[in-house]
Design a protein. Structure first.
Length: 90
């Protein structure tokens, strides 16, 4: 599936995307305010236990769908950064 198809499905199905694809971190192509949430996993090496632990830390603090709307999370092994703009999706 192309990035454009993924983006369209994210919007129509109101999905939060969790991905390793750095294309989705491009806020000009995929403005966070237009989506229900994007989580870029930026962990190297991509070891299962490291990724799982990082996702757990993120999800522990953001347990509702609404806490992801309009935001881009860049998830690293021990922390994450959030880029947000006022969400326009409903």
């Amino acid at each position: 599936m192309s990035d454009a198809e993924v983006a369209k499905r994210m919007k129509t199905q109101k999905l939060v995307l969790i991905t390793f694809d750095t294309d989705f971190a491009n806020i000009l192509s995929y403005p966070p305010g237009d989506y229900f949430g994007i989580v870029l996993i930026h962990i190297h090496p991509q070891l299962v236990h490291t990724v799982r632990a990082a996702l757990r830390r993120l999800l522990d603090g953001h347990s509702t769908h609404d806490s992801f709307v309009g935001k881009l999370f860049v998830l690293e092994a021990h922390t994450f950064r959030v880029w947000e703009k006022e969400a326009v999706v409903k």
